[in-house]
Design a protein around this ligand. Structure first.
Ligand SMILES: NC(=O)c1ccc[n+]([C@@H]2O[C@H](COP(=O)([O-])OP(=O)(O)OC[C@H]3O[C@@H](n4cnc5c(N)ncnc54)[C@H](OP(=O)(O)O)[C@@H]3O)[C@@H](O)[C@H]2O)c1
Length: 295
């Protein structure tokens, strides 16, 4: 596997604009930094103000000539996702690439101010809302605009969406909640790709691998230990970013839409992730949930 962080210095992104969520740490920071080094104008999004500020400084140091901004927002809160979209729109009229990378696994069940389970809200509802709000800017860069959704092989943790308990109120399990949110990323990708097929915007999902990032530190108490044990097998954030960067920038990835990639190749999807009826249903359920939040 190529190291995207080391490869990413060619000035291929001149005049192009990328929006990268989850850019305050881990895989997203590498994606934002690499694109900035390649000459992209980067609008990064983070959640934690301190990490976001440090990440912005690190990107600017790595790419002193690049134009880089950082927006701080918790995408699990619908009003924050809308505010973030407005701030992005205030900075650019076009978006060539949107990388929906922000996400994480829960340590316990937390409810957001909108009344949603926080992992489902942050990993799916917020990115859905942000993406839909940014479609005018993506259309302004079409044909050729791209959306990359960072999902996971963890979509296999569930056999399908828990339609009667999407907020895990009746039954909460860390693996099921995370797995469902990553399944939602894939179903969203497929339905969005179908809806945007005529617009010249391609949409793909990917799994980054098991990556030694900040991911485990947000999960249950035992997860850092599990990730420590898996260290010999795990990837660096640079390696984990490779497929997302490839989907975002490679010529050969520009004509595929609705796909799911692992190590730059089509990945194996569960039956639930191939269910296009579920993808349509999720779209409708998501719109209804967001409408209920008033965002
Ligand atoms: N690491 C792995 O093994 C692995 C495997 C498969 C998939 N993934 C996926 O890869 C993506 C990136 O994760 P990572 O490994 O780079 O983890 P990380 O180092 O913890 O970075 C996660 C990033 O997402 C941001 N974020 C999380 N929840 C957010 C929310 N509600 N609103 C706004 N920003 C939020 C974090 O912001 P702050 O740091 O500012 O809070 C951080 O910038 C995630 O979608 C994850 O599900 C990771």
């Amino acid at each position: 596997m190529k190291d995207a962080g080391k490869l990413g210095n060619a000035p291929t992104g001149a005049g192009k604009v990328a929006v990268v969520t989850g850019a305050s740490a881990g895989i997203g920071l590498v994606i934002a930094r690499t694109l900035a080094r390649q000459g992209w104008r980067v609008i990064a999004l983070g959640r934690n103000p301190v990490r976001s500020e440090a990440a912005l400084a690190a990107i600017r140091t790595a790419a002193p000539d690049a134009k880089v901004d950082m927006i701080v927002a918790d995408l699990a809160v619908m009003a924050e996702a809308v505010r973030a979209a407005r701030e992005v729109a205030g900075l650019t009229e076009r978006i060539d690439v949107l990388v929906n990378n922000a996400g994480g696994t829960p340590a316990k069940r937390i409810e957001t101010p909108d009344g949603y389970e926080a992992t489902f809200a942050g990993n799916h509802l917020g990115p859905f809302l942000l993406t839909n709000h940014l479609l005018p800017q993506l259309r302004a860069a079409a044909p050729g605009a791209r959306i990359v959704n960072v999902s996971s092989m963890a979509h296999n943790f569930v056999r399908g969406m828990a339609w009667d308990d999407l907020q895990a109120k009746r039954k909460f399990s860390i693996n099921a909640v995370y797995g469902q949110s990553k399944l939602a990323n894939i179903l969203f990708t497929r339905e969005l790709a179908r809806r945007l097929a005529a617009d010249g915007i391609v949409v793909n999902a990917m799994h980054p691998g098991i990556v030694a990032s900040g991911f485990a530190s947000h999960g249950p108490f035992y997860l850092p230990f599990v990730y420590w044990l898996m260290r010999p097998l795990s990837l660096t954030p640079e390696q984990g970013a490779d497929t997302a960067l490839w989907l975002a920038t490679a010529a050969e990835a520009g004509s595929v839409s609705g796909g799911y990639f692992v190590k730059r190749r089509p990945g194996k999807l569960s039956a639930a992730a191939r269910d296009d009826e579920a993808a349509r249903r999720l779209w409708g359920e998501t719109e209804a949930l967001i409408e209920r939040s008033g965002a």
